[in-house]
Design a protein around this ligand. Structure first.
Ligand code: KIV
Length: 263
């Protein structure tokens, strides 16, 4: 069954929602084969795959290229493309045009944008024009220069009230779900109870309606340290490194290939 934004929204209070990032056809097909209903082509692509320090340099061309690749590996999951930094911030018109490109050129089913009340006009315009929107508040990595670091958001009562208002505004504007990143669990639980759309947490505790993780973090592929909220369901880095070293050693020793691998 092909997942739609409407079907994902309807899971609220019925079933917790697993979401995972993917960056190419291989990772997209693995996520889809695991029956995960929503795949996010995150701009975390910049750090996990493209070697950037932050998500800020990620371009529309890179996101379109990778979203199209993911779409070739996914049959059922809802494909959400992350709109990169400065592809929607300058104006609603620019956001609308770039979001449309994800659906027309890269076969995405929906887009994700960062920000709260400030983005309601854009969310409304996207939804009115047939583009489902996943919101994203709390720690928003595209604002890292303004925030000053990857810190937990909403710790003071004033910030918590602001985040609650942002969440309500994004729901009101028509988003089908909302990512809550690095928010205290108690606040995330309150926001989740107040909204009629599902919340998808990352570092926001078990009270959210779903969870999202980064593909390479979940599988332990990278040798970089991961945030506290990550659970490594596998530790593939040493396995991959071991296999590569064994290959090199066998080629150098002349013990690969053997008769078994020879025509
Ligand atoms: O870019 C990304 O992967 C994300 C998720 C971590 C929510 O925005």
């Amino acid at each position: 069954m092909k997942w739609t934004a409407t079907k994902i929204k309807a899971l609220k209070a019925k079933q917790k929602i697993a979401v995972l990032t993917a960056y190419d056809t291989l990772t997209g097909s693995l996520v889809d084969a695991a029956d995960i209903p929503m795949v996010l082509v995150g701009d975390s692509l910049g750090m996990t795959v493209l070697g950037y320090e932050t998500t800020l340099p990620v371009s529309m061309d890179e996101m379109l290229h990778h979203t199209a690749a993911v779409s070739r590996g996914v049959a059922n999951a809802l494909i959400v493309a992350d709109m990169p930094f400065m592809s929607y911030q300058p104006s609603v018109e620019m956001g609308l045009e770039n979001a449309g490109r994800f659906l027309k050129e890269a076969h995405a089913d929906a887009v994700k944008i960062e920000g709260g009340a400030l983005r309601t006009e854009l969310v409304e315009a996207l939804v009115e024009n047939g583009i489902p929107v996943l919101g994203h508040i709390g720690l928003t990595p595209q604002s890292i220069k303004q925030m000053g670091g990857y810190a937990v958001q909403g710790k003071t009562s004033e910030q918590a009230r602001e985040l609650m208002d942002d969440a309500m505004a994004i729901e009101q504007a028509g988003a089908f779900a909302l990512v809550l990143e690095c928010v205290p669990a108690e606040l995330a639980q309150m926001i989740s109870s107040a909204l009629t759309i599902p919340t998808i947490g990352i570092g926001a505790g078990a009270g959210c309606d779903g969870q999202v993780l980064v593909f390479t973090d979940l599988l332990g592929i990278s040798d970089k340290p991961v945030p506290k909220f990550v659970k490594k369901y596998a530790d593939l880095n040493p396995i991959i490194s071991g296999a590569l070293s064994a290959y090199k050693a066998e080629v150098e020793a002349g013990s690969f290939p053997t008769d078994e691998q020879t025509y």
